[in-house]
Design a protein around this ligand. Sequence first.
Ligand code: 13P
Ligand code: SF4
Length: 367
Amino acid sequence: MSILDAIKQFEMMPDHYKGLSMKEMERRVAAIKEKFGSRLFIPGHHYQKDEVIQFADQTGDSLQLAQMAEKNKDAEYIVFCGVHFMAETADMLTGTDQTVILPDMRAGCSMADMADMQQTNRAWEKLQHIFGDTIIPLTYVNSTAEIKAFVGKHGGATVTSSNAKKVLEWAFTQKKRILFLPDQHLGRNTAYELGIPLEDMAVWDPIQDQLENEAEHNDIKVILWKGHCSVHEKFTVKNINDLRERDSDIRIIVHPECSHEVVMQSDDSGSTKYIIDTVSRAQPGSKWAIGTEMNLVQRLIQEYPDKQIESLNPDMCPCLTMNRIDLPHLLWSLEQIEKGEPAGVIKVPKVIQDDALLALNRMLSIT
Ligand code: 13P
Ligand code: SF4
């Protein structure tokens, strides 16, 4: 289901929550957490706001959050502080007696919405016609459950930014070519890291329904879906050059959703977990410019005052949809649970779930 369809079907938070003081909301959230104990589990992605993260039982990157969901068999309610595709993944990996809730249905992911089923079916048909049965599909977890199901049904797997390399290596043991949905940048950066030259990658344009590159078809090893993250595309080579001109000692670390040029010009790249681990291990006094979402960069700035940390883009890049989850929405969703009327329940239909789980479980077993 696209995020627009999801929004139409679900109840929204009543306005009076916006008028509550932070203190009052914090008090009420803490009281509900206390009351529910282990019946309630709140996972939080690293891009969430501090006002929400303070109540997360566990934080993580996309892979860790999926692994946590798979392991947690106790919680009756999982209030997912992240975006829609993450909550769908959690729903599929948890038991039928567990309820996954997204506090604001508008918390989608523009990248996930860049690949829909009609486009994907059309692309697959055309690509099969061009390349025959030589392609395995992979999808970044930042995709709808339907796309994951398509990938699972065709023998492929999901990937996250922390295991993309391993999953691509596995995929090449299965087929000669990969169709990588929906983030061209993660696909390109990972394939390049595995030694595949850019000339052997082609871009599939789902709007024009065609391959963009004119490369010899026989040489193409990776077909990249023309999708991107609007947050990470805002980090540019100019940002890097400006920083290096200002300070030649600064180390630049970016997320692999950034463009290939930006990743190449940076000192290091990796998932949100990798960025956190790298910066936390760095020497006091070291200087870092980080190319990822602003809530995470700001949290690192606060947590490591002994290091000089800044955003690679001085105009900081927020993920507007991640930021939809705020304290009023968290409180509202918890109070709805307390009333016995949970709102924002994420339920992936079984027919989609069965195939999507094939893709998710392949990833989890490779990782
Ligand atoms: P990771 O947390 O897996 O690095 O993903 C970043 C992201 O953009 C999630 O939407
Ligand atoms: Fe989607 Fe990008 Fe936001 Fe992640 S940061 S949720 S990929 S729009």
